[in-house]
Design a protein around this ligand. Structure first.
Ligand SMILES: NC(=O)c1ccc[n+]([C@@H]2O[C@H](COP(=O)([O-])OP(=O)(O)OC[C@H]3O[C@@H](n4cnc5c(N)ncnc54)[C@H](OP(=O)(O)O)[C@@H]3O)[C@@H](O)[C@H]2O)c1
Length: 332
């Protein structure tokens, strides 16, 4: 006999619309997996918004509970690696996509998806980072792995007020980079400066529509969360042997480019796939987050809510209106 628990459930209606309800579920209905985890915190990502609005490229079958992130306590274990009472976190893999996700009081997952909570982090702090923080840290790892150092030039972050963006600004500043934050919300300039940006620029000033194959050099590295003409412009304005990380598509999933930035300036375009990174890299990135990239004042970027306020915040992230991170407290 399983346990009853509360969850956000998305239903597909006959008229093609999708409805969000908070419902009671039972742990017997959760998928197979070695670990039953009592979720204390989750956090909202753009991908969760897409799942909640019925994006079939993210979630094929409904009813479904989104939430690609979860942190909590192991309540049942059939694993040799984890025991009952362990504090753990899960980000990515299939959680919240086609596996019942973190917007619920319980998840059941395979042990190979699970990371032991780093000692310096609480469950709450781990979910202030979640997939967004992991993605930002992975971008910094890729930039540094290709030999880029803060004394070589500036680092651009696009979509800077968003979840990945604001954590990338703060973490890159913690790594010593001169960070340029690009935003469509120029009224958030002070917010971005407080979390570590040295310069804040209007989103449109990054975009170049001239079709010139190369542009004046403006940065040595860039973390791009938006794609489209923004990414195409960034690549052309990157200094010799610079690195651009690509992980998002809020502007567009299209990328037009010539080969010139690559063959004349030696630019590296590094793809970021946070959901599927192997466990050895995953542990290294979480160690970076827990130590050298850890934010001094994470509360500054956080809005904490309960399950009942999630629907409003989902609408806000889909309308590109979020500033910082939405933390979901499942014990509220
Ligand atoms: N590949 C991966 O592993 C991975 C992991 C996590 C996220 N992602 C992707 O990264 C992107 C950002 O995710 P997120 O959770 O940080 O989302 P988010 O919190 O909604 O942030 C996105 C930000 O992008 C900016 N933006 C919105 N619409 C835009 C437009 N039309 N043109 C240019 N900029 C726009 C806005 O910031 P400003 O107003 O400040 O410009 C917005 O706050 C998404 O596409 C998501 O799917 C990928």
């Amino acid at each position: 006999m399983g346990k009853n628990f509360r969850a956000l459930v998305i239903h597909e209606l006959e008229n093609g619309h999708f409805e969000r309800l908070i419902e009671n579920k039972n742990t017997d209905s959760l998928p197979q997996g070695e670990l039953l985890i009592s979720v204390h915190y989750s956090t909202l990502n753009y991908k969760d918004g897409l799942s909640a609005k019925g994006h079939k490229g993210i979630t094929r079958c409904y009813p479904h509970t989104p939430g690609v992130d979860a942190a909590g306590i192991v309540e049942e274990s059939q694993s040799k690696k984890f025991k009952v009472g362990d504090s753990v976190l899960v980000t990515g893999y299939d959680l919240g996509m086609n596996t019942s996700g973190g917007f619920a009081e319980y998840i059941r997952v395979p042990e190979k998806w699970v990371v032991k909570l780093p000692e310096t982090l609480s469950l709450r702090e781990a979910m202030i980072y979640g997939t967004a923080g992991f993605t930002a840290a992975l971008s910094i790892y890729e930039i540094e792995r290709h030999g880029i150092k803060p004394d070589m030039g500036k680092l651009l972050v696009t979509g800077a007020t968003g979840g990945v963006g604001c954590l990338a600004v703060a973490m890159a500043a913690n790594s010593g980079f001169h960070v340029i934050a690009s935003t469509g919300k120029i009224q958030c300039k002070e917010f971005l400066k407080t979390i570590g940006a040295k310069e804040v620029i209007e989103r449109n000033t990054v975009i170049d529509k001239s079709n010139k194959p190369l542009l004046p050099k403006r940065w040595i590295a860039a973390i791009d969360t938006v794609g489209g003409t923004t990414l195409s412009s960034i690549i052309r304005a990157t200094d010799n042997r610079g690195v651009v990380t690509c992980m998002g598509l809020v502007e567009s999933d299209k990328l037009e480019t010539t080969v010139y930035p690559f063959i004349l300036r030696g630019i590296t375009l590094a793809g970021i796939d946070s959901a599927e990174r192997p466990m050895d890299i995953r542990l290294k990135i979480w160690d970076d987050i827990a130590h050298r990239l850890r934010l001094k004042a994470p509360e500054y970027i956080v809005k904490e809510i309960g399950l009942e306020n999630l629907s409003v915040e989902i609408d806000r992230i889909l309308a590109a209106g979020q500033i910082g991170k939405v933390l979901v407290n499942l014990k509220k």
